[in-house]
Design a protein around this ligand. Sequence first.
Ligand code: GLV
Ligand code: MN
Ligand code: MN
Ligand code: MN
Length: 413
Amino acid sequence: MDSFTTVGSMLEPLAHIGRDPKTGGYLRDSWSDADLELREWFAGEAARRGLDLREDRNGNLWAWWGAPSPERPGVVTGSHLDSVRQGGAYDGPLGVVSAFAALDLLRGRAVTPSVPVGVVCFADEEGARFGVPCMGSRLLTGVLSPERALGLTDDDGGTLAEAMRRAGRRPERAGRDDETLADVGTFVELHVEQGRGLVTEGRPVGVAAAIWPHGRWRFDFRGRADHAGTTGLADRDDPMLPFARMVLAAREAAQRRGVVATVGKVRVSPGNANAIPGLVSAWLDARGADESEVRGLVADLAQAVGADEPGAGPGPGPGGVDVREESWTPVVDFDVALRDRLARVAGGDTPAPILPTGAGHDAGILAAAGVPSAMLFVRNPTGVSHSPDEHAERADCEAGVVALADVLEDLCR
Ligand code: GLV
Ligand code: MN
Ligand code: MN
Ligand code: MN
Protein backbone atom coordinates (compact mmCIF):
# COMPACT_ATOMS: atom_id res chain seq x y z
CA MET A 1 0.00 0.00 0.00
CA ASP A 2 1.30 3.46 -0.88
CA SER A 3 1.77 5.34 2.39
CA PHE A 4 1.38 8.72 0.62
CA THR A 5 -2.22 7.97 -0.30
CA THR A 6 -2.73 6.31 3.04
CA VAL A 7 -1.89 9.38 5.13
CA GLY A 8 -3.78 11.73 2.83
CA SER A 9 -6.84 9.56 2.55
CA MET A 10 -6.86 8.78 6.27
CA LEU A 11 -6.70 12.44 7.31
CA GLU A 12 -9.50 13.26 4.86
CA PRO A 13 -12.46 11.83 6.83
CA LEU A 14 -11.22 13.63 9.96
CA ALA A 15 -10.99 17.00 8.25
CA HIS A 16 -14.55 18.10 9.06
CA ILE A 17 -14.76 16.80 12.63
CA GLY A 18 -14.86 19.65 15.13
CA ARG A 19 -13.76 22.16 12.48
CA ASP A 20 -14.79 25.78 12.89
CA PRO A 21 -15.76 26.80 9.35
CA LYS A 22 -15.09 30.46 10.11
CA THR A 23 -11.44 29.98 11.06
CA GLY A 24 -10.50 26.53 9.79
CA GLY A 25 -9.38 25.73 13.35
CA TYR A 26 -10.39 22.65 15.33
CA LEU A 27 -12.45 22.42 18.53
CA ARG A 28 -11.97 18.91 19.82
CA ASP A 29 -12.40 19.07 23.57
CA SER A 30 -12.20 15.77 25.39
CA TRP A 31 -15.54 13.97 25.68
CA SER A 32 -17.25 16.49 23.36
CA ASP A 33 -19.34 15.32 20.40
CA ALA A 34 -16.30 15.85 18.15
CA ASP A 35 -14.15 13.70 20.43
CA LEU A 36 -16.76 10.93 20.43
CA GLU A 37 -16.91 11.04 16.63
CA LEU A 38 -13.13 10.77 16.46
CA ARG A 39 -13.27 7.79 18.82
CA GLU A 40 -15.81 6.16 16.50
CA TRP A 41 -13.43 6.73 13.62
CA PHE A 42 -10.61 5.07 15.59
CA ALA A 43 -12.81 2.06 16.33
CA GLY A 44 -13.70 1.80 12.65
CA GLU A 45 -10.05 1.86 11.57
CA ALA A 46 -9.24 -0.82 14.14
CA ALA A 47 -12.14 -2.99 12.93
CA ARG A 48 -11.19 -2.58 9.26
CA ARG A 49 -7.79 -4.04 10.08
CA GLY A 50 -9.07 -6.83 12.30
CA LEU A 51 -7.37 -5.31 15.37
CA ASP A 52 -8.59 -6.02 18.88
CA LEU A 53 -10.08 -2.76 20.23
CA ARG A 54 -9.98 -2.01 23.95
CA GLU A 55 -10.84 1.11 25.89
CA ASP A 56 -9.10 1.24 29.25
CA ARG A 57 -10.60 2.57 32.48
CA ASN A 58 -9.35 6.09 31.73
CA GLY A 59 -10.74 6.40 28.23
CA ASN A 60 -7.53 5.62 26.34
CA LEU A 61 -8.15 3.54 23.20
CA TRP A 62 -5.91 0.61 22.24
CA ALA A 63 -6.04 -1.38 18.98
CA TRP A 64 -3.92 -4.52 19.11
CA TRP A 65 -2.41 -6.65 16.37
CA GLY A 66 -1.69 -9.73 18.48
CA ALA A 67 -2.53 -10.21 22.13
CA PRO A 68 -0.21 -8.50 24.61
CA SER A 69 0.43 -9.81 28.11
CA PRO A 70 2.80 -8.89 30.92
CA GLU A 71 5.05 -11.73 29.70
CA ARG A 72 4.85 -10.52 26.12
CA PRO A 73 4.28 -6.76 26.17
CA GLY A 74 3.87 -5.04 22.85
CA VAL A 75 5.40 -2.24 20.85
CA VAL A 76 2.88 0.60 20.88
CA THR A 77 2.59 3.66 18.69
CA GLY A 78 0.01 6.45 18.46
CA SER A 79 -0.83 9.84 19.91
CA HIS A 80 -4.10 11.71 20.58
CA LEU A 81 -7.13 13.02 18.70
CA ASP A 82 -8.29 15.88 20.94
CA SER A 83 -7.10 19.41 20.17
CA VAL A 84 -6.46 22.77 21.73
CA ARG A 85 -9.19 25.27 20.93
CA GLN A 86 -8.75 26.53 17.37
CA GLY A 87 -5.98 23.99 16.90
CA GLY A 88 -4.44 22.60 13.75
CA ALA A 89 -5.13 19.38 11.89
CA TYR A 90 -1.86 17.60 12.72
CA ASP A 91 -1.09 17.92 16.46
CA GLY A 92 -2.22 14.49 17.60
CA PRO A 93 -4.07 13.06 14.58
CA LEU A 94 -0.89 12.80 12.51
CA GLY A 95 0.53 10.38 15.08
CA VAL A 96 -2.62 8.24 15.16
CA VAL A 97 -3.08 8.16 11.38
CA SER A 98 0.62 7.42 10.87
CA ALA A 99 0.39 4.57 13.39
CA PHE A 100 -2.35 2.83 11.39
CA ALA A 101 -0.53 3.59 8.12
CA ALA A 102 2.76 2.19 9.46
CA LEU A 103 0.97 -0.96 10.58
CA ASP A 104 -0.41 -1.31 7.04
CA LEU A 105 3.08 -0.89 5.69
CA LEU A 106 4.42 -3.64 7.98
CA ARG A 107 1.70 -5.98 6.80
CA GLY A 108 2.43 -4.98 3.19
CA ARG A 109 6.04 -5.97 3.82
CA ALA A 110 4.80 -9.31 5.21
CA VAL A 111 6.51 -8.62 8.54
CA THR A 112 5.64 -11.12 11.26
CA PRO A 113 6.21 -9.22 14.51
CA SER A 114 7.74 -11.18 17.36
CA VAL A 115 5.60 -9.20 19.84
CA PRO A 116 2.14 -7.64 19.57
CA VAL A 117 1.91 -4.23 17.94
CA GLY A 118 -0.56 -1.70 19.34
CA VAL A 119 -2.03 1.60 18.17
CA VAL A 120 -3.08 3.95 20.96
CA CYS A 121 -5.16 7.10 21.18
CA PHE A 122 -4.67 8.80 24.55
CA ALA A 123 -7.59 10.68 26.11
CA ASP A 124 -7.42 14.46 26.62
CA GLU A 125 -3.78 15.14 25.81
CA GLU A 126 -4.22 18.89 25.54
CA GLY A 127 -6.10 19.57 28.74
CA ALA A 128 -8.11 22.19 26.83
CA ARG A 129 -11.32 21.44 28.69
CA PHE A 130 -10.36 20.46 32.25
CA GLY A 131 -7.00 22.22 32.52
CA VAL A 132 -4.65 19.30 33.09
CA PRO A 133 -2.79 18.05 29.98
CA CYS A 134 -2.10 14.37 29.28
CA MET A 135 -5.06 13.41 31.47
CA GLY A 136 -5.40 9.88 30.04
CA SER A 137 -1.75 8.97 30.43
CA ARG A 138 -1.44 10.68 33.82
CA LEU A 139 -4.39 8.68 35.16
CA LEU A 140 -3.10 5.47 33.57
CA THR A 141 0.31 5.83 35.19
CA GLY A 142 -1.02 7.09 38.52
CA VAL A 143 0.73 10.49 38.57
CA LEU A 144 -2.71 12.12 38.74
CA SER A 145 -5.20 10.83 41.28
CA PRO A 146 -8.72 10.02 40.06
CA GLU A 147 -10.14 12.01 43.01
CA ARG A 148 -8.49 15.19 41.73
CA ALA A 149 -9.07 14.48 38.02
CA LEU A 150 -12.76 13.63 38.26
CA GLY A 151 -13.51 16.82 40.20
CA LEU A 152 -11.81 19.12 37.66
CA THR A 153 -14.32 21.45 36.02
CA ASP A 154 -14.72 22.93 32.55
CA ASP A 155 -15.77 26.50 31.70
CA ASP A 156 -19.42 25.60 32.34
CA GLY A 157 -18.67 24.18 35.78
CA GLY A 158 -19.25 20.57 34.70
CA THR A 159 -16.85 17.97 36.09
CA LEU A 160 -14.80 15.39 34.23
CA ALA A 161 -16.83 12.72 36.00
CA GLU A 162 -20.04 14.17 34.58
CA ALA A 163 -18.56 14.48 31.08
CA MET A 164 -17.41 10.85 31.12
CA ARG A 165 -20.75 9.65 32.44
CA ARG A 166 -22.60 11.61 29.75
CA ALA A 167 -20.39 9.86 27.19
CA GLY A 168 -21.48 6.51 28.58
CA ARG A 169 -18.27 5.84 30.53
CA ARG A 170 -17.86 4.80 34.16
CA PRO A 171 -15.68 7.41 35.85
CA GLU A 172 -15.65 5.49 39.11
CA ARG A 173 -13.29 3.03 37.40
CA ALA A 174 -10.72 5.75 36.48
CA GLY A 175 -7.28 5.60 38.02
CA ARG A 176 -3.91 3.92 37.88
CA ASP A 177 -4.14 0.88 35.63
CA ASP A 178 -1.13 -1.41 36.00
CA GLU A 179 -2.80 -4.14 33.98
CA THR A 180 -3.05 -1.96 30.87
CA LEU A 181 0.39 -0.49 31.44
CA ALA A 182 1.96 -3.94 31.69
CA ASP A 183 0.96 -4.57 28.06
CA VAL A 184 3.18 -1.75 26.87
CA GLY A 185 6.78 -2.81 26.33
CA THR A 186 7.87 0.21 24.29
CA PHE A 187 6.05 3.35 23.15
CA VAL A 188 6.90 5.41 20.08
CA GLU A 189 4.88 8.59 19.45
CA LEU A 190 5.08 10.31 16.08
CA HIS A 191 4.18 14.01 16.17
CA VAL A 192 4.28 17.04 13.91
CA GLU A 193 7.23 19.18 15.01
CA GLN A 194 6.13 22.27 16.95
CA GLY A 195 9.14 24.34 15.96
CA ARG A 196 11.55 24.76 13.09
CA GLY A 197 14.38 22.45 14.12
CA LEU A 198 13.91 20.13 11.15
CA VAL A 199 13.63 23.06 8.74
CA THR A 200 17.01 24.25 9.97
CA GLU A 201 18.41 20.72 9.66
CA GLY A 202 16.88 20.29 6.21
CA ARG A 203 15.46 16.90 7.19
CA PRO A 204 11.87 15.58 7.06
CA VAL A 205 12.04 13.42 10.21
CA GLY A 206 13.77 13.82 13.58
CA VAL A 207 13.87 12.22 17.01
CA ALA A 208 13.09 13.79 20.40
CA ALA A 209 15.93 14.22 22.88
CA ALA A 210 14.07 15.65 25.85
CA ILE A 211 10.91 17.47 26.90
CA TRP A 212 11.37 20.66 28.89
CA PRO A 213 9.89 20.80 32.38
CA HIS A 214 6.62 22.68 32.17
CA GLY A 215 3.52 23.60 34.14
CA ARG A 216 0.31 25.58 34.38
CA TRP A 217 -0.71 27.93 37.17
CA ARG A 218 -3.97 29.72 37.80
CA PHE A 219 -3.93 33.24 39.19
CA ASP A 220 -7.18 34.55 40.67
CA PHE A 221 -7.27 38.31 41.21
CA ARG A 222 -10.28 39.42 43.21
CA GLY A 223 -11.51 43.01 43.36
CA ARG A 224 -14.84 44.73 43.80
CA ALA A 225 -17.30 44.95 40.93
CA ASP A 226 -18.71 48.43 40.50
CA HIS A 227 -19.99 50.94 37.98
CA ALA A 228 -17.51 52.05 35.29
CA GLY A 229 -18.85 55.60 35.13
CA THR A 230 -19.73 56.52 38.68
CA THR A 231 -16.83 55.00 40.62
CA GLY A 232 -13.92 57.39 41.03
CA LEU A 233 -10.42 56.07 40.39
CA ALA A 234 -9.49 56.41 44.06
CA ASP A 235 -12.47 54.32 45.08
CA ARG A 236 -11.78 51.33 42.89
CA ASP A 237 -10.49 47.88 43.72
CA ASP A 238 -9.84 46.80 40.14
CA PRO A 239 -8.32 43.29 39.74
CA MET A 240 -7.42 44.08 36.13
CA LEU A 241 -4.47 46.16 37.35
CA PRO A 242 -2.55 43.44 39.26
CA PHE A 243 -3.42 41.08 36.41
CA ALA A 244 -1.82 43.46 33.89
CA ARG A 245 1.25 43.80 36.12
CA MET A 246 1.50 40.02 36.30
CA VAL A 247 1.50 39.66 32.50
CA LEU A 248 4.27 42.22 32.10
CA ALA A 249 6.25 40.72 34.98
CA ALA A 250 5.97 37.27 33.37
CA ARG A 251 7.54 38.54 30.18
CA GLU A 252 10.29 40.32 32.05
CA ALA A 253 11.08 37.34 34.29
CA ALA A 254 11.04 34.93 31.34
CA GLN A 255 13.54 37.10 29.50
CA ARG A 256 15.78 37.40 32.54
CA ARG A 257 15.64 33.68 33.38
CA GLY A 258 15.95 32.30 29.83
CA VAL A 259 12.58 30.48 29.86
CA VAL A 260 9.21 31.03 28.17
CA ALA A 261 5.99 32.14 29.84
CA THR A 262 2.54 32.59 28.34
CA VAL A 263 -0.80 33.90 29.55
CA GLY A 264 -3.12 32.47 26.90
CA LYS A 265 -6.37 32.19 28.81
CA VAL A 266 -8.12 34.82 30.88
CA ARG A 267 -11.58 34.88 32.40
CA VAL A 268 -13.04 38.25 33.45
CA SER A 269 -16.09 38.16 35.69
CA PRO A 270 -18.73 39.23 35.26
CA GLY A 271 -17.43 40.57 31.92
CA ASN A 272 -19.28 43.83 31.37
CA ALA A 273 -17.75 46.62 29.29
CA ASN A 274 -19.30 49.14 31.68
CA ALA A 275 -18.31 47.58 35.00
CA ILE A 276 -15.11 47.13 36.98
CA PRO A 277 -14.60 43.37 37.17
CA GLY A 278 -14.97 41.50 40.42
CA LEU A 279 -12.60 38.70 39.45
CA VAL A 280 -9.92 38.12 36.86
CA SER A 281 -8.65 34.56 36.47
CA ALA A 282 -5.54 34.08 34.34
CA TRP A 283 -3.67 30.95 33.39
CA LEU A 284 0.12 31.00 33.19
CA ASP A 285 2.00 28.37 31.19
CA ALA A 286 5.75 28.35 31.89
CA ARG A 287 8.47 26.13 30.46
CA GLY A 288 12.20 26.02 30.03
CA ALA A 289 15.24 23.78 29.90
CA ASP A 290 16.09 24.53 33.55
CA GLU A 291 13.45 23.54 36.09
CA SER A 292 14.77 25.88 38.78
CA GLU A 293 14.37 28.85 36.44
CA VAL A 294 10.77 27.86 35.62
CA ARG A 295 9.98 27.49 39.32
CA GLY A 296 11.83 30.73 40.00
CA LEU A 297 9.69 32.59 37.49
CA VAL A 298 6.49 31.48 39.17
CA ALA A 299 7.86 32.51 42.57
CA ASP A 300 8.86 35.91 41.10
CA LEU A 301 5.33 36.44 39.84
CA ALA A 302 3.70 35.36 43.07
CA GLN A 303 5.88 37.88 44.86
CA ALA A 304 5.22 40.61 42.28
CA VAL A 305 1.46 40.34 42.82
CA GLY A 306 1.69 39.88 46.57
CA ALA A 307 0.56 36.25 46.71
CA ASP A 308 1.91 33.43 48.82
CA GLU A 309 3.91 30.72 47.12
CA PRO A 310 1.70 28.71 44.74
CA GLY A 311 -0.33 26.16 46.61
CA ALA A 312 -3.55 24.26 46.46
CA GLY A 313 -5.23 26.39 49.12
CA PRO A 314 -8.67 27.99 49.06
CA GLY A 315 -9.52 30.94 46.83
CA PRO A 316 -8.58 34.51 47.69
CA GLY A 317 -10.50 36.79 49.95
CA PRO A 318 -11.75 40.20 48.77
CA GLY A 319 -9.00 42.22 47.13
CA GLY A 320 -6.65 39.26 47.29
CA VAL A 321 -4.76 37.14 44.83
CA ASP A 322 -4.34 33.41 44.90
CA VAL A 323 -1.97 31.27 42.84
CA ARG A 324 -2.56 27.57 42.34
CA GLU A 325 -0.52 25.02 40.45
CA GLU A 326 -2.78 23.10 38.06
CA SER A 327 -0.19 20.78 36.55
CA TRP A 328 3.53 20.16 36.60
CA THR A 329 5.66 17.91 34.40
CA PRO A 330 9.33 17.47 35.32
CA VAL A 331 12.00 17.26 32.64
CA VAL A 332 11.87 14.11 30.51
CA ASP A 333 15.10 12.81 29.04
CA PHE A 334 14.15 10.06 26.64
CA ASP A 335 16.00 6.74 26.92
CA VAL A 336 19.33 7.41 25.18
CA ALA A 337 19.83 3.93 23.71
CA LEU A 338 16.28 3.86 22.32
CA ARG A 339 16.56 7.41 21.03
CA ASP A 340 19.85 6.66 19.22
CA ARG A 341 18.38 3.47 17.81
CA LEU A 342 15.44 5.42 16.39
CA ALA A 343 17.76 8.05 14.94
CA ARG A 344 19.78 5.33 13.19
CA VAL A 345 16.80 3.43 11.86
CA ALA A 346 14.68 6.46 10.94
CA GLY A 347 17.54 8.43 9.41
CA GLY A 348 18.53 6.16 6.54
CA ASP A 349 22.11 6.93 5.49
CA THR A 350 22.62 9.73 8.03
CA PRO A 351 21.13 9.44 11.54
CA ALA A 352 18.04 11.57 12.04
CA PRO A 353 18.60 14.81 13.98
CA ILE A 354 17.89 14.69 17.70
CA LEU A 355 15.94 17.70 18.99
CA PRO A 356 14.70 18.98 22.36
CA THR A 357 11.16 20.29 22.63
CA GLY A 358 9.14 22.66 24.74
CA ALA A 359 5.90 20.81 23.96
CA GLY A 360 4.37 18.22 26.28
CA HIS A 361 3.41 14.72 25.13
CA ASP A 362 1.98 11.47 26.47
CA ALA A 363 5.32 9.86 25.55
CA GLY A 364 6.87 12.01 28.26
CA ILE A 365 4.39 10.78 30.86
CA LEU A 366 5.01 7.15 29.91
CA ALA A 367 8.78 7.66 29.92
CA ALA A 368 8.58 9.15 33.42
CA ALA A 369 6.60 6.06 34.50
CA GLY A 370 9.42 3.79 33.36
CA VAL A 371 8.08 2.71 29.95
CA PRO A 372 10.90 2.90 27.37
CA SER A 373 9.54 5.65 25.13
CA ALA A 374 10.68 7.72 22.20
CA MET A 375 9.32 10.21 19.69
CA LEU A 376 9.61 10.91 16.00
CA PHE A 377 8.99 14.44 14.72
CA VAL A 378 7.80 15.31 11.22
CA ARG A 379 8.95 18.61 9.71
CA ASN A 380 6.62 21.59 10.03
CA PRO A 381 7.53 24.19 7.40
CA THR A 382 6.65 27.23 9.51
CA GLY A 383 6.99 25.69 12.95
CA VAL A 384 3.52 27.06 13.85
CA SER A 385 1.39 24.83 16.07
CA HIS A 386 -1.66 25.12 18.34
CA SER A 387 -3.08 27.23 15.51
CA PRO A 388 -5.04 26.55 12.31
CA ASP A 389 -1.84 27.46 10.41
CA GLU A 390 -0.09 24.30 11.61
CA HIS A 391 1.08 22.33 8.58
CA ALA A 392 3.12 19.39 7.35
CA GLU A 393 3.77 18.60 3.70
CA ARG A 394 2.29 15.32 2.50
CA ALA A 395 5.70 14.09 1.31
CA ASP A 396 7.09 14.65 4.83
CA CYS A 397 4.11 12.83 6.36
CA GLU A 398 4.87 9.95 4.03
CA ALA A 399 8.52 10.00 5.13
CA GLY A 400 7.27 9.93 8.73
CA VAL A 401 5.17 6.82 8.11
CA VAL A 402 8.07 5.01 6.44
CA ALA A 403 10.38 5.99 9.32
CA LEU A 404 7.80 4.83 11.86
CA ALA A 405 7.31 1.51 10.04
CA ASP A 406 11.09 0.99 9.91
CA VAL A 407 11.32 1.73 13.63
CA LEU A 408 8.45 -0.62 14.52
CA GLU A 409 9.91 -3.37 12.34
CA ASP A 410 13.26 -2.94 14.08
CA LEU A 411 11.69 -2.96 17.56
CA CYS A 412 9.48 -5.99 17.03
CA ARG A 413 11.97 -8.07 15.11
C1 GLV B 1 0.51 20.30 24.56
O1 GLV B 1 0.57 20.16 23.38
C2 GLV B 1 1.41 21.19 25.19
O2 GLV B 1 2.60 21.07 24.98
O3 GLV B 1 0.91 22.08 25.87
MN1 MN C 1 -0.65 20.11 21.44
MN1 MN D 1 0.10 16.70 20.58
MN1 MN E 1 1.23 18.14 23.47
